[in-house]
Write a protein that binds this ligand. Sequence first.
Ligand SMILES: *Cc1c(COP(=O)(O)O)cnc(C)c1O
Length: 362
Amino acid sequence: MERVDNFGAGPAALPLEVLQLAQQELLSYRHQGLSILEMSHRDALFDEIHQGAVSAFRRLMNVSSEYEVLFLQGGASLQFAAIPMNFLTKETVGAYVLTGSWSEKALAEASTVGKTRVVCSTAEGHYRSIPEISDVVAQAEDAYVHLTTNNTIFGTQWKLLPENVGKPLIADASSDILSRPLPVDNFHLVYAGAQKNLGPSGLTVVVIRRDWLASANDSLPVMLRYATHVKHDSRYNTPPTFAVYLLKLVLEWTEKIGGVAEMELRSRAKSDAIYSVMDEFPNIYEGHAVTSARSTMNVTFRFSSEELTQRFLEGASERHFVGLAGHRSVGGCRASLYNAVPLESAYRLADYMRSFARSHSR
Ligand SMILES: *Cc1c(COP(=O)(O)O)cnc(C)c1O
């Protein structure tokens, strides 16, 4: 079976080696005669998998002992609600930096819980850019300031992140976690749905500062309290065990090939390959992001007509490139270049884009 070049936005490509290892171990994990899919989450073997994933994540992200690492369900989207439910009070305000659809959704969810405000926003320019760091200013009544590190749909990314805004900073890092260094110590909470850079869907990683937990709302339903999941080491109820196992394999694969530093080099190389073709043929490829805000994870571009877009996508599909249609709110195309997308996939796409541009340039 030939594998395709997968540029899907999520669930996205997984490392081939990880899939092969999971396949090998599927029927009988460590010669135990049963699959991880069939094993209790209280089993010592699963505990080892869980702890292995937590440790690998801590090493890769340099997470200090002041932070808890949780594996939760409900996607990044449940975090949009859980954060204000735990940390907003009647007196305080949830402050949101708007850089795309996901930050809008985080804000909308918080608005169902309590008071919110927009710190700054690039909505007016249809989210082509990222705010200046100096625009991220907290106010006395803010409970926290929330931002999205990489905007999956619009293809923009913070190059430098705000550091000390005087209030707890929260980052949704779903679509660029582990693709570059993220200074966890500057944040009170970092979260990421796993299905882009970490593993399969159905799992969300949350990193939370331990001393902040004491201030959380303790009258919530137990499943919605971070404290519950800390106390039970992410196994208050049945966790998505197979997803945790795959997460562990992806983290170990990431470490083996050189960790975050290597991922950052590869992400740059992959995205540079595509952006350089776009810059070479600006009459064919209109990038959505301004140059200074270009994402290394999601490259977004448009054509001058729907017909050209279709022709491009047809040629792509003949070459076994999948997942290139853009999000409906932006149109055009999007190439997602997550950690598990091989360099060769990006180079093949760049070659195709160059030859397509040459044959359609006047
Ligand atoms: C994909 C994505 C989400 C949504 O994640 P779910 O796990 O589907 O809830 C949220 N934020 C960002 C930045 C994303 O890329």
